[in-house]
Design a protein around this ligand. Structure first.
Ligand SMILES: Cc1cc2nc3c(=O)[nH]c(=O)nc-3n(C[C@H](O)[C@H](O)[C@H](O)COP(=O)(O)O)c2cc1C
Length: 338
């Protein structure tokens, strides 16, 4: 099947998340079924003369393809240059962040603020699309606030400018991460849209992923936080959609995933950086398993990599059978850049 110009195996993909969807995690999630991956947001201002940190954010490996790099900014000239840098780096597409609600970003007119001026946006998007051969995609919210949910208008502007698809997080900028993602609204935008629409927000089970896909007619379903507590969500959703048996998460399978992640982290980061990332992911993956609270405490106190992974091995070997899915209704990571 196709998502705009890009060939995909199934319609479930990982959402971009700052500090999380770096190259090792994107690579892992591609291997575990995300049909496409996207980097976290990278500032378009000065991307040409980027610091080492920015350059690191833009790195990817072949195994991630199809991979998009996400940029944010407010000035046409900088955004155009950033698109060209992304193309030069060899990414498969460039994604514009139009969903970030963070005050520092929207104050300048970037992120979610871009939906407030469709006329200016039209100019910017046209210039970006014209400046590169790779597809330009956008990720938006439903609107600035409840009284200004103009996603329909933004999709039309994007379509006229030649954008390849629009991903919609079903909340307004004003909502931040509160309330529920409004999938009825996403479905309504999709019904009127000339462009492929990716729906996003609050999907945490394979059943929800498949039902959102079928009920709302979207071209794909994007999953962020859900994948942090269940990294098997993409393959489970794809299996469910295809009518295959959903493979349960066993100790062997999660230990194999951890082993891969350990390797990718150590290829990309120095030992200290790899530890920091490993701690976060291990804490998230442990949600709902017996003894998770104590495990998390241990994870953040163990002093070296070897003992950290040994503790993870011990925990997941024992705990895997009795997951309490009550964690699905707990609030989780209620802030981010989109
Ligand atoms: C920690 C965190 C960081 C995020 N960073 C980004 C980002 O860099 N770019 C972006 O477009 N969205 C970002 N988002 C938003 C997600 O892509 C997604 O739209 C949102 O989390 C809702 O989907 P979910 O309920 O499946 O998590 C971030 C979200 C979180 C929780």
């Amino acid at each position: 099947m196709k998502l705009g110009p890009i060939e995909i195996d199934h319609p479930f993909l990982l959402a971009p998340m700052a500090g999380i969807t770096n190259s090792p995690f994107r690579r892992l999630m591609r291997e575990y079924g995300s049909s496409v991956v996207i980097s976290e947001l990278v500032s378009a201002n000065g991307i040409e003369y980027a610091s080492q940190r920015t350059l690191d954010l833009l790195k990817f490996v072949e195994a991630e393809r199809p991979v998009g790099l996400q940029i944010f900014g407010e000035e046409e000239e900088n955004l155009v240059r950033a698109c060209q840098v992304v193309e030069r780096l060899g990414a498969d597409f460039v994604d514009l962040n139009m969903g970030c609600p963070v005050p520092k970003v929207v104050k300048k007119g970037a992120g979610a603020a871009m939906c407030r001026n469709p006329l200016e946006l039209s100019k910017i998007l046209s210039a970006m699309v014209k400046s590169v051969k790779i597809p330009v995609t956008i990720k938006i919210r439903t609107g600035w606030e409840a009284s200004a949910r103009n996603a329909n208008e933004i999709v039309k502007v994007a379509s006229d400018a030649g954008v390849a698809w629009v991903a919609i997080h079903g909340r307004t900028r004003a909502q931040g991460y509160s309330g529920d993602a409004d999938w009825d609204f996403i479905g309504d935008v999709k019904a009127k849209s000339p462009l492929p629409i990716i729906g996003n927000g609050d999907v945490v089970t394979p059943e929800q992923a498949v039902s959102r896909y079928k009920t709302y007619g979207v071209d794909a379903v994007m999953i962020g936080r859900g994948a942090l507590r269940n990294p098997f969500l993409f393959e489970q959703s794809a299996d469910l959609l295809a009518g295959r048996q959903v493979i349960p998460v066993t100790a062997e399978r999660i230990l194999a995933l951890l082993e891969k992640q350990r390797g990718y982290l150590s290829e990309s980061f120095d030992p200290r950086g790899a530890m920091l990332h490993a701690r976060k992911f291990l804490a998230w993956y442990s949600s709902g398993y017996p003894g998770a609270a104590e495990f998390r405490k241990n994870v953040f106190h163990l002093p070296d990599e070897q003992s950290l992974w040994e503790e993870a091995h011990r925990f997941f070997s024992i705990s895997i059978k009795k997951r309490d899915f009550g964690y699905l209704s707990e609030p989780f990571l209620m802030g981010g850049h989109g």
